[in-house]
Design a protein around this ligand. Structure first.
Ligand code: F0G
Length: 458
């Protein structure tokens, strides 16, 4: 007989969350100008804004916090982190940074110049931002299947090798400082990249003499999908898979707030000593001395332990399967979600969910606000507001997809919370036909407007 699944941990410390009424939430969201970033966390019941830095640490991580060595240079906590990064990723040289975008800032300062191009699989916003800030260009080479939300493909984060080779043939080698492969690919919906694709991308890069770097924010979740979906890896451990994945590249940037299982932190790791040496100059300038780079000793210790825990199968199974548990509930109620479900979040397809709200009235935002009012759930719009305006015409850019992302923090909510979330979404879905109008913008910043936008209900 097969018994029901149960999480491989028990809870030692709890944090109360506040319930509220629909009337209260209506008032709060109006005061927040219908921008979910403006809410106080006390006004939110279930916070699915992001899975970044919002997870729960283990007793072993908290124990390591108490043992943190805060020496300015050469701390024991740095040595512990370095040893674990070396063992888990195979990369020799380590530069800690205060978070993922700081790792991008340091690495790109050393490697990216104006006029360069950096191909990859749907670069994350901050990655693209740091590339464009240097007057270089990010070129998206993700496979076409990634943009069809209803099509099943086991590895929608894959790089299209023909698109990548075209970039290699179009631009001289000196203009392509690196390829960035994001595992899992957040922008494509937390979709994994297969080992085969990593290997083939690596071969192509080597053939053209171009370094391959990983954006490893969710590398462990990627390894879990490889184990589950790529036959040859069925019997390998997650740690073996992770070592092999990284062996095909020259280095990585890391937002440790995801698969590092910590609330703040990041790093660059590489086997290329020349790149390491160049990057250390900028690390000292922007982040701090090379043995702490923006992190306190105690936080490096917690990260060292977190990396070990995140690369254990039992943990990953509980994490990814919780996301899929919510996804399956929604799909069985015919709620339109992006498929297949990725590693860290559910993406509601607002074009199918609330087609009656005009796109010019920000239907994905309208849906996100509705989930908050009805159930106190905070997600985030990934649609027209996020896409900003065309800088030349000043017109809204309408992306193919209007999504609401519900990112699940690690080890934080129980499946009862997921049942609650599913019930709220199903309810909103079945009453959605009443929704005819959305929102208009009354204030927006010239770039990255979604963080501070102010809206009015139409
Ligand atoms: N790369 C990826 C794939 C990310 O998802 C993020 C952050 C970063 C880099 C930047 O890292 O936040 O530590 O500076 N993603 C968060 C999210 C913000 O909500 O998806 P950071």
């Amino acid at each position: 007989m097969e018994f029901p699944y149960a999480e491989p941990f028990k809870i030692k410390s709890v944090e109360n969350i506040k319930r509220s009424t629909i009337a209260q939430r209506k008032q709060w969201i109006q005061e927040a100008h219908y921008n979910l970033f403006n809410l106080k966390s006390d006004q939110v019941f279930i916070d699915l804004l992001t899975d970044s830095g919002t997870g729960a640490m283990s007793d072993n991580q908290w124990a390591e916090i108490m043992k943190g060595d805060e020496a300015y240079a050469g701390s024991r906590s740095f040595e512990l982190l370095k040893a674990n990064v070396q063992r888990i990723t195979g990369y020799k040289y380590l530069i800690p940074t205060h978070q993922g975008r700081a790792a991008e800032n340091v690495l790109f300062s050393a490697m990216v110049n104006a006029g360069d191009v950096i191909p990859g699989n749907s670069h994350f916003d901050t990655t693209k931002g740091h590339i464009e800030f240097r007057k270089a260009k990010a070129i998206d080479c993700t496979i076409d299947e990634a943009s069809d939300t209803s099509k099943f493909h086991p590895f929608k984060g894959n790089v299209d090798l023909n698109k990548l080779e075209k970039v290699f043939k179009t631009y001289p080698k000196e203009k392509i400082p690196m390829v960035i492969m994001t595992v899992t690919c957040n922008t494509a919906g937390g979709q994994p990249v297969s080992m085969k694709n990593i290997q083939e991308t690596s071969e192509l890069c080597r053939r053209y003499g171009i370094p391959l770097f990983f954006d490893g924010a969710r590398f462990a979740e990627n390894a879990y999908f490889i184990k589950k979906r790529e036959d040859a890896y069925k019997h390998k451990t997650i740690k073996e898979i992770v070592r092999e994945m990284f062996s095909y590249g020259d280095g990585m940037t890391m937002s440790a707030k995801k698969d590092g299982l910590v609330n703040m932190g990041g790093f660059i790791a590489t086997n290329d000593v020349a790149i390491y040496n160049k990057a250390t100059v900028f690390a000292i300038l922007f982040e701090g001395f090379i043995t702490y780079g923006g992190m306190s000793g105690r936080d490096m210790g917690a990260l060292a332990i977190g990396l070990d825990e995140a690369t254990e199968f039992d943990y990953l199974e509980s994490r990814v399967e919780q996301v899929h548990y919510l996804g399956r509930k929604l799909m069985s109620a015919d709620v339109p979600v992006q498929q297949p479900i990725g590693g860290h979040a559910i993406y509601l397809d607002a074009n199918k969910f609330v087609p009656t709200i005009p796109r010019e009235q920000y239907r994905a935002q309208a849906l996100a606000v509705e989930l908050y009012i009805v159930g106190g759930i905070r997600g985030v719009e990934i649609g027209t507001i996020l896409a900003d305006r065309n800088p030349e015409t000043g017109e809204n850019r309408y992306p193919d997809l209007e999504l609401v992302r519900l990112a699940i923090p690690r080890r934080t909510y129980t499946n009862n919370h997921m049942d609650y979330v599913a019930a709220v979404i199903e309810h909103v879905y079945h009453t959605r036909k009443e929704a005819k109008t959305g929102y208009e913008i009354i204030y927006e910043a010239p770039v990255l407007r979604h963080f501070t936008v102010k809206l009015r209900k139409i």
